[in-house]
Design a protein around this ligand. Structure first.
Ligand code: SF4
Length: 64
């Protein structure tokens, strides 16, 4: 599984993804989310999917 945030400048900075899965998402100093683990293991699949589903900007992209 590969994860990215695109386009990142559309991030609303609400921190939902980093709350949902802090192993993969982190809020940057600029207030936007960034991916810190681009290829998370299967153990994080559910949390990453939740973050993707809950992202109000719909910018979290998961590729298998
Ligand atoms: S859930 Fe979406 S809008 Fe919210 S911080 Fe994460 S990437 Fe940004």
């Amino acid at each position: 599984m590969k994860v990215r945030i695109e386009p990142r400048d559309e991030c609303l900075g609400d921190g939902i993804c980093s709350d949902e899965c802090p192993e993969v998402f982190e809020m940057d100093d600029d207030g936007l989310a960034k991916v810190i683990t681009a290829e998370p293991g299967d153990d994080l699949r559910e949390a990453v999917q939740s973050a993707c589903d809950e992202c109000p900007a719909e910018i979290i992209i998961i590729e298998e």
